[in-house]
Design a protein around this ligand. Structure first.
Ligand code: ZN
Length: 111
């Protein structure tokens, strides 16, 4: 098992730690972050993005297939592109709004 002392020793020898993140950027990691990442990658990313684990998972799932989840008159999934959405920028995805095309976006109450 990897421990912090070994990671610090590797760092002293000039080895850098980095991961290709879920959102397509390289992230440089400190020895502490390496340990946190290894123990729970999703929690690590969620914390890094300032999101709850649940919001992060919703975003990740949607980012894989950013198409409208609305239902057509024929009862099929719409699959039009959902707008606007930046798949490389983690954000809170509100079901029924962010995951829908303009046609199927739910009306937001303006009380
Ligand atoms: Zn749609």
């Amino acid at each position: 098992m990897i421990n912090k002392r070994d990671l610090i020793e590797l760092k002293k020898r000039g080895i850098k730690f980095a991961i290709l993140s879920d959102f397509g950027w390289n992230l440089n990691l400190t020895p502490n972050e390496v340990l946190r990442f290894i123990s729970d990658p999703e929690k690590f990313y969620a914390d890094r993005c300032g999101m709850s684990l649940r919001d992060y998972r919703t975003w990740k799932e949607f980012a894989r297939n950013p198409q409208c989840t609305g239902t057509t008159k024929k009862g099929e999934r719409c699959n039009n592109g959902a707008h606007p959405f930046d798949p490389w920028n983690p954000q809170i995805v509100i079901k029924g709004i962010d995951d829908r095309c303009l046609l199927h976006k739910e009306k937001v109450s303006t009380k």
